[in-house]
Design a protein. Structure first.
Length: 99
């Protein structure tokens, strides 16, 4: 992703300390944001169950956001096989002028 000049961020409802332990254990190559008040989850409509401000879970969704902040694609991330390849292909398509 870095070679494609893309920034990857993750968000979870866990604390900074919990995210740090998880990211180190899983060897995540990207930063995780601590959304402990669920404000990001609400904005991106990923709370599960929906409309529950105290939801314990977020649907696993990824967004491709352009430099202007527009969501260009969304992905249901229940199966990570091939996910990076899909995102890179979409990045290439968008850079080529595809809608």
């Amino acid at each position: 992703m870095e070679a494609a000049d893309a920034v990857v961020l993750g968000a979870s409802f866990d604390t900074v300390a919990e995210n740090k332990v998880f990211a180190e254990a899983e060897q995540f190559p990207f930063r995780l944001l601590a959304d402990t008040d669920r404000s990001v989850g609400r904005r991106y409509d990923v709370l599960y169950p929906p409309d529950d401000e105290y939801a314990d879970y977020a649907r696993r969704v990824a967004y491709l956001i352009d430099p202007e902040g527009t969501i260009r694609r969304s992905y249901d991330v229940t199966d990570v096989e091939g996910f990076a390849g899909m995102v890179l292909a979409d990045l290439d398509a968008l850079r080529s002028g595809a809608p």
